[in-house]
Design a protein around this ligand. Sequence first.
Ligand code: PEP
Ligand code: MG
Length: 578
Amino acid sequence: MNKKLTGIPVSEGIAAGPVHIFRPYILHYEEKRIEQVQTEEELHRFRDAEKKACTELDGLIGRVKLNAPDKVAIFEAQKMLLTDEEVIAEIEEAIAGDRKCAEWAANSVYAEFAELLAASADPLIQERAADMNDVARRLLRCLAGAEDVTLATMDSPAVVVAEDLLPSDTVVMDRRNVLGLITEKGGTTSHTAILARSFSLPAVCGAAGAMDALASAQTVVLDAVNGAILADPEKDVLAEYREKRERLLRRQELEREYLYRTVTMKDGEHVDVELNIGSAKNSELKLASCADGVGLFRTEFLYMNSAELPNEETQFQAYKKILQAFAGKPVVIRTLDVGGDKVLPSLPLPKEENPFLGCRALRLCLQKPELFQTQLRALLRASVYGELWIMFPMVGSLDDIRAAKKAVALAGETLRKQGAAFDPHIRLGAMVEIPALALIAGRVAREVDFVSVGTNDLCQYLMAADRMNAAVTPYYQSFHPAMLSILQQVADAFRAAGKPFCICGEMGGEPAFVLALLGMGFRRLSMSPSRVAAVKRLIASVDRAEAETIAEKALELETADEVEAYLRAELSRLCGAE
Ligand code: PEP
Ligand code: MG
C-alpha cells in the first residue's frame, strides 16, 4: 500500500531514494539566578562553551569551503560575532553582575544585539540578526553539552525530511548526497524553497505530518511537480516515476536555454515577462537581466521580520535598491498586504472570525493612515530612482481606489512641503483579487493606470475556497471556467481602454494556463523566477491566432478538469511532452 502525503511543490523536480530524517537539537533551558559563590564556575562554563562553539565553527568553515565556498563569509562573520569582545564582556557582566546563569546571560545579550541589528536601516545589517540568533543557539547547545546534529554528516544519497531548515543547516549539507528536501513548515518563499531552487533540488514544503509518517531509510518518491510524497512505492510506481523524472530533466534542459532570452510569440508579438519578488536581497535582484521588470514586489518582508514597524528611511532604502537594480524597467511595488494569514509581530490586530474576508491589505492601510502614509512617502521618495508603479491589494470598489489615490496625493503634499523630490507621474494601479472589481473592470479602467490580477486570491474569493485550507483544495479550482471568463472580462475592458493589464498570481507562471491568457490578450505576465524559463519557452512556441483559438475553446468547456486537461494537452502539442 502506498502512503501518500502532500505539500507545496516549491522547487520543481522528482527524486526517489531513502529517507534521512533530520531532527536537530531542541533548545531548552531554565532562566536561573546563581549564588555569588557560583559566579567563577559559571564564567568558566561560559568560556568553555564559547571555546567549543569556536572549534565547531572552525570545522564548519572548513566543510563549507568544500561544499559552498561562496557561503564561507557567513560563518566567518558568525565567528566574529561569537568572539566579539563587547558581546563577551556583556555576557560576563550579566553572569557576574546580574547573577544570571550562563544560558540566560548569553541568550539575553544575544537577543538584545539581534534586536539592535534587526532595527537597522541597512538591510545587510538587518540580515546579521539571523546570524546572531544562529550563534546564540550554537552557544546554548554547547552549554548543554549536546552534540551538533548536522546535514554535513550524511554519507549516502537520501531525501532529507525535516520540520524546517535553517540557513546553517542547509549550507553545510553535502549536496551530492541530498536527493531532495521535504519540510513540514514553510512555503514558496521559505528559506528552504529559495535554497532548493538555487541548487535545483526537488523540494516540497508544508508537508504536514511528514516527520511522523516517514522513517529514516524508508524508500520515498518525492514528486515536487505535483507536491506528492509516496512512501514505500511499489516497483511499478517507482519505475513510472523514474521515467517521469527523465522526461522532466529533458524538459528542464530545454527550458534553461530560454531563461536569458528576450522572447516573442511566433508571429513576433512581444510579451512582457516580469518577476514576482519578495525581498530586496541580492539573490533575488540578480535576475533583473532575464526579465522585463518586476510585476509584483511584495513589501511584507519589511514588516514581517522585525519587532518594530519599519520606518520611512528603512523602506525608502529597500525600494530605492530594487528600482536601481531594475534600472529603467517598470517595477510594480505593492503596498502593504497583511491581515488574513499574514500577521505582523509589530502590529497586533484584533482576532477576526473570517480574516480573509476581514480587515486586510488596503482596508487595513486605510484604517491606519499613519502606517499607510509612511509607506507611501517612502515609495514616492524612491520613485526618482527608476520607473515605479504603485499597486494596491484587496481592492473591491471605486471607493477603495479613490481613497487610495487620495492617500497618495496626501503623501505627495507632505513631501512637497518638506522639499523632497519625487516623480509626479507614478502609475497607480489596483490588484484584481475581489471578483466584484473584475465585474466592473470597464469603470475601473477609467479610474486607474493599470491592473494586475492576483489569481491566488481571486480564485479563493471566486470559488469560496480558503487557499490555506488543505481540506478544500479540491474546491480551489484555478482552471475553473469561471476563472477564465472573469479574466476575459478584465482583458477586454483594459484592452478597450488602452491601459496595461497584467497577471501576477501563481497562474501567470503556469504554462498551460498562460496559453489561455495569451489567447485572451494578456501581454504582461509576472511570475516567480523559477517559472520564467518554462513560460518563455511556451511564448516562443505559439502564435497569436493559435492562442486565441485555444482560449476560445477553453472558454466553452464545462469543468475545471476539462479545461486543465485540454490546456495541458495543447501545451504538450506545442512544446513537446514533459
Ligand atoms: C494573489 O493573490 O494572487 C497575489 C499575487 O497576492 P498574494 O499571493 O501575495 O496574496
Ligand atoms: Mg493576494
